[in-house]
Design a protein around this ligand. Structure first.
Ligand SMILES: [Zn+2]
Length: 104
């Protein structure tokens, strides 16, 4: 595994590197045994566990869902409402760039 610059994370679907704040972060919290979605890195978290990152492309969400890539990265199943939430967040995106929605 090459070392990644600390501010960058890899999308589980397209494997490109993105700035952390541009990715969705899905965390499996070992202590509570729950899966949580963080939409921006600004949300503070004290969760401990595995994380999977997904870029803000609908194609990547579809790839991730089809290949169960998030589940594999987290080594657990993820609730449908997380996928629905991701889907809803991406639907509002304009192609060619995203603007941070205040409604998230
Ligand atoms: Zn991606």
């Amino acid at each position: 595994m090459p070392r990644l610059p600390s501010q960058y994370r890899q999308c589980v679907a397209c494997r490109n590197l993105y700035f952390r704040s541009d990715l969705f972060r899905i965390i499996y919290d070992r202590q509570q045994q729950t899966v949580q979605l963080l939409q921006t890195s600004k949300e503070k978290t004290r969760l401990f566990g595995r994380s999977a990152y997904l870029c803000r492309a609908m194609a990547c969400l579809q790839t991730a869902m089809k290949g169960k890539k998030i589940q594999k990265a987290l080594k657990t199943s993820i609730p449908d409402d997380i996928l629905i939430c991701l889907n809803d967040a991406l639907k509002g995106n304009h192609p060619g760039g995203y603007t941070e929605s205040k409604n998230l």
